[in-house]
Design a protein around this ligand. Sequence first.
Ligand code: ADP
Ligand code: TRP
Length: 327
Amino acid sequence: MAARMRILTGIQPTGTLHLGNYFGAMLPAINLQTQGEGFYFIADLHSMTSLFDPKERLENVLNVALDFMACGLDPKKCVFFRQSEVPEVTELTWILSPMAPMGLLERCHSYKDKLAKGVEANHALFSYPLLMAADILLYETNIVPVGKDQKQHVEVTRDIAIKFNNTYGQTFVIPEPQIQESVSVIPGVDGQKMSKSYNNTISIFGDEKSIRKRIMGIQMDSRTPSEPKPDADKNSAIILIKLMAEPSVAQEYEDRLRVGGLGYGDLKKALFEIYWNYFEPARKKRAELVANLDYVRQSLKEAAEKARTVAAVVLDRARKASGIGPI
Ligand code: ADP
Ligand code: TRP
């Protein structure tokens, strides 16, 4: 019998989801849901490290659920739940903590980057990778699809799991990261990596007028429309069009830009139309879900119950192995 393949990933509910999230994380996860047993969750406990408005957190959780389900994550095909509805994860975080030397956590890029940006260091920000390790190990995960920025956290998880197994006996499955090499960094409206921290995002869902304005505001250089642009493939609008249009249509825009004659305004108008059509089915689906929020809430709840049955077994094993079982 083929071994079960459990695929797990989490997304933080820290803001409106954008095209970078969609092509870098959501779409790969949605495509993987039929390749194994998918466990996907909304990492609301992780969001506590950087978001301090409780109302906003709750709204974001619901919006991430709606966005994911509208884009094709199917609660019937995978286990899609909210992290905090499985409280076992916080206990496992503690059980794993002594396996993480300070130096290992101090070396984590995401922590160092936040410090470099002047974010005040708190304990949760520092121990963030431990909660992530608990997320992964609690569900006997084999594969963790993540962006490049999260690869190190999966490596930390592996180190911690190996150390625990060596100390207390075989307890955890050792996970593998799966990095989406084919999806490079999605550019934002300023040409930098699209990220909510740079305020340069294009949302997946939003009202037509403001997204049109956002797309028309994509920064371009000052070359005139008639000038040939040999670097057409590096143009942000072309990169985005390639992700959403038929390959032949995308190629045509790239060629027209390369030879000269296609103005940036017309290119951006085309990008808006392509974007708007691409997400049309998802917008329809999202409106249906909004009209049926009970279904969304109920499916998250049922998924959390399923996740808890797996979590209980693994936590019990970790407790017993480490001498926290019955005396
Ligand atoms: P943000 O940078 O907006 O804060 P997150 O760090 O919450 O986004 O990212 C969530 C997921 O989306 C991660 O897996 C990340 O790799 C992916 N992602 C975010 N922005 C991009 C981008 N511009 N290109 C590709 N993937 C991205
Ligand atoms: N840290 C991840 C991010 O910011 C989200 C996350 C939390 C996660 N727990 C996880 C991803 C477990 C994969 C596996 O993108």
